[in-house]
Design a binder for this molecule. Sequence first.
Ligand code: GTP
Length: 612
Amino acid sequence: YPPERIRNFSIIAHVDHGKSTLADRLLELTGTIKRGHGQPQYLDKLQVERERGITVKAQTATMFHKYNLQGSSLDGSNEPQPFLLNLIDTPGHVDFSYEVSRSLAACQGALLVVDAAQGVQAQTVANFYLAFESNLTIIPVINKIDQPTADPDRIKDQLKSMFDLEPSDCLLTSAKTGQGLEHVLPAVIERIPPPPGEGSGLLRMLLLDSYYDEYKGVICHVAVVDGMLRKGDKISAVATGQTYDVLDVGFMHPELTQTGVLLTGQVGYVVTGMRSTKEARIGDTLFHAKTIVKPLPGFKAARHMVFSGLFPADGSDFEALNHAIERLTCNDASVSVTKEIRSYIFQWQFVDRCGFLGLLHMDVFHQRLEQEYGTHIISTVPTVPYIFEYSDGSKVEVQNPAALPSNSKQRVTASWEPTVLATIIIPSEYVGPVITLCSERRGQQLEYSFIDSQRAFMKYRLPLREIVVDFYNELKSITSGYASFDYEDSEYQQADLVKLDILLNGQAVDAMATIVHNLKAQRMGRELVDKLKKFIDRQMFEIIIQAAIGSKVVARETISAMRKNVLAKCYGGDITRKRKLLEKQKEGKKRMKRVGSVDIPQEAFHQLLKVS
Ligand code: GTP
């Protein structure tokens, strides 16, 4: 396949507009997978992706398709010619836009999928601009035209007015019924240019992604920009300076398919002797050892926006948790892990503190730890990276509230918090409640306009802290699920920040400390204390719960002493029933975390995450 017969493209869309379903249909259409193979959404491979119906990791599949493109035949015949199409699936959720830009770096074009009823949504806007800025050819696809509420003409108008995309260029499809799908691949081949690159030049490959396979070791996804790669070659990496033997090379079909060679413009996988994915720097340039090449422009590094510490829920198995985290981060390089030492049940322990791209990313990581590695975890209240200036003029980034001394008010002279630029698209009738929500979250309105007669478009600057906790859920609930939301990180702004400690019987609980805006500290302290009171059972002794800023207590509750008598409900003397209840109580205790002498159920930690 010479480059003229290769097309590298991506499918981008707002969550749920049908990317993965459309990708499946294209794979079926080209015979890459069998129709009705029994597993919906072939490219969504992770269990969490199937359960949540979202795409987290971008996947790649190579398809072969015959098509009669004018002038593409090398021998002048009028027969359909074979084309090699690399489809790169991308996640739609805001947290994973890093994956999107990474996928786009290997593409020359993108199918921009828009739901025929919902129309342009926040991630449609974000994804369009990512593709547009990368100079990709954009093919608008209005999907789900089978729905009774579909209104493709209205969507065409939106695409024209927002992105200047011509109505005549829009494809109309239903990935469900198959209607209109026959026009998709011809449009891909006709409109998207072949990959540029020097076939005869020195090898340059862009490292797109990597993951760890138990049998093969580290598998790198690459795009060959110039030259050719063969099995047995020696390659080097610009970032690390390391040299490796190419042990295996091929296509992702989507299963790994050995070809022994990758040519200019092709996207595929390479297995080298790398021992850890940490050696495979995403965005790095790979080249033939002993040649001199100009490194390819990489892409923006993932920025960690949300941090939280992870503890084992049963309080003992730190080693198993560490091991699971290590294995999982091998496959998800977008999670950062730092070890920190913390007091834990009267002893010092190394605790993993992880950085995530966003809240959903964090949730997904937790879920994968539990599902794929069978570990039960408690995570601390998520925090964002703040900057504090001390009286001696030094400035430090604080990701962990526990790292900030509790009497910090005397020593801190200024503090800054990260902000985001948020795009919100909503039906016009919800404008009022959304403005109220954003101002409660200390947002500043930057833009307010209408996409068409029914939909409003708003841009806000919001403190990141205010959106990481439950903002999206609240936005969805006040707009009956109609709001769409996307954000990009922006600059830091000065803010009056304080550390809010939670004390149980006078002992501060590291895992529950948060950094909050002074204006909100009192209310939040009250809410946290109330929540804890609700979720901590009475114990043999009195428990005093306090929220404090430095030495100032802002809220206090007491749980009076009493042992919960689980046998109270047992009438008569059925001994087996009694035993069962006692067993159950014991089981329940296992899921407790003990702080000082107070047992805290896991649920209490989860509830704390929801206070904002
Ligand atoms: P993410 O992977 O989370 O970004 O979502 P996605 O854009 O890949 O959407 P997905 O393919 O998972 O589809 C979302 C839902 O829409 C699924 O329930 C699909 O069955 C449904 N769907 C997809 N295409 C069509 C269509 O053409 N018509 C109808 N009626 N439903 C569709």
